[in-house]
Design a protein around this ligand. Structure first.
Ligand code: SF4
Length: 94
């Protein structure tokens, strides 16, 4: 009887060791996705340049397959136009 109870406890501890970090990671990823979606509004993203500033010249932009294709942004979720802009623009080094 005592061994059975200890097995359940060990099993529970193992499950917690394996599952809880995975759940915490999933929650963190979900929170990051929400934060990145909110960033589009918070950072006033627009699909057009602001003066001579545009996403293709931003250090946070990851280009698409061609220079004209949408790419991605490290802080805003979803497709990002290479001609877009937001208030977090950070000029990439030439
Ligand atoms: Fe474009 Fe703003 Fe992302 Fe820079 S931070 S790539 S300007 S959306």
């Amino acid at each position: 009887m005592k061994n059975s109870s200890m097995d359940v406890t060990r099993r529970g501890a193992l499950v917690q060791l394996l599952v809880l970090p995975a759940l915490a990671g999933m929650l963190a990823v979900g929170a990051t996705a929400v934060a990145r979606a909110d960033a589009r509004v918070d950072l006033k993203y627009q699909s057009t340049p602001k003066g001579d500033q545009k996403c293709s010249g931003c250090v946070l932009f990851a280009p698409g397959k061609t220079p004209k294709d949408d790419g991605t942004c490290k802080i805003i979720a979803g497709d990002i136009s290479p001609n877009g802009w937001c208030t977090a623009f950070a000029k990439a080094p030439n």
